[in-house]
Write a protein that binds this ligand. Sequence first.
Ligand SMILES: Nc1ncnc2c1ncn2[C@@H]1O[C@H](COP(=O)(O)OP(=O)(O)OP(=O)(O)O)[C@@H](O)[C@H]1O
Ligand SMILES: [Mg+2]
Length: 448
Amino acid sequence: MTFAVFRGIFEAPLVNPYQFRLRHKDGTYRWFAWTGAFEDGRVYANGRHVTAEHEQAEALARAEEQLRHSQKMEAVGQLTGGIAHDFNNLLAGISGSLELLQTRMCQGRLTELDRYINAAQGAAKRAAALTHRLLAFSRRQTLDPKATNVNRLVGGMEELIRRTVGPAVEIEVTAAAGLWMTLIDPGQLENALLNLCINGRDAMPDGGRLTIETANLWLDDHAARDHELPPGQYVSLCVTDTGTGMAPDVIKRAFDPFFTTKPIGMGTGLGLSMVYGFARQSGGQIRIWSDVGHGTKMCLYLPRHQGDEDSTEGAAGLARTAQVEQGKTVLVVDDEPAVRMLVTEVLEDLGHTVIEAADSVAGLRVLRSDVHIDLLITDVGLPGGMNGRQVADAGREVRPRLKVLFITGYAENAAVGNGNLVPGMQVLTKPFEIQTLASRIHELTQPA
Ligand SMILES: Nc1ncnc2c1ncn2[C@@H]1O[C@H](COP(=O)(O)OP(=O)(O)OP(=O)(O)O)[C@@H](O)[C@H]1O
Ligand SMILES: [Mg+2]
């Protein structure tokens, strides 16, 4: 790399300083920034000693990363209290519906069963969405910028925001039709949005209204100068509250790290500085409008991205499920009896034969026997000393063409390679819909 850069000097002057390190006699490294040019058969080069700057930049990056992390954990902390409570409510909805279902069946009142089934399913879906968001949110690593549909992102956060701000705050979402795409780190934008909403909630101790609004925006030269942005097309995301508002001197300092007007232990003063950092780093901007006593509006401006949304998993293939196919033999390994029963019933409905195993040892015993098996369905977290991935790998040693479907809780994705799986292996995340399970089984049992 370094040689290539220096060779490049013969073709074009090296204007942007190129940094590389040399080892000092004492074993530590020193950094130099080089510029250079080639003229009349001579190379003129200029190297500047920049070790101090380099170390400073690294320390800054480290500190920023820590800041982001602590900010995120703070927000997660804010969430968990309310969520345990909400979760119990959802569970009550599920178990209550099941109980009533049982009662009505005993009474022979079979016409009203749908209601309870729907109620239980609805609550289970909301609970699943909630845990999913929570887990996604608490993941530590910062994600890459992706072509993102901000409307969709806001929609995905709505439930979480609602639960975070509590019932005293009414939430209104106004999503612009035909909103442009933007290239940002979706995880960080979610974090920023949640921070703005938490600020809004804190400014409305007696409740009020929080409006989340998206829009397309064209900044001409003049408007762009006002916003300290290059002219062009932007997507705006604004959060407005009907709270206390901010005095001019508070507005001026709001983005400063550690600036807070909240009592000790209530605020770190890092929320807005993080949002600001994220907006600028994404080529955007954030602006505040506020009047004491009249509430606050904060807007994020994010540059438009020309291009399609980075595709998430399509729903294709879901439709063609229920047809009964050639009976196959499937080994199901899961320590949770309810999941095993569910999977088994789906398989049997599809006309397959099922062998069940409750742990890795039992599963492996079947795999090493000479029973015919077309497909292995296994949980990733398993008792018995091996995880599902290891069981599958051991199974493939004796059955190289064994098809595998992993069923996993979200957090275990790493154990199965974060989705980078060899052909013939697939992952299904818990909780899943029966339809999805059926279509995965169908896909995997098709002849290649
Ligand atoms: N929507 C708002 N309404 C009124 N004041 C606000 C609003 N948002 C921010 N502020 C003011 O700006 C200050 C800084 O906000 P910031 O989000 O950076 O820190 P914080 O909310 O105090 O602490 P943290 O976000 O770390 O919990 C707040 O203490 C508050 O005084
Ligand atoms: Mg805050």
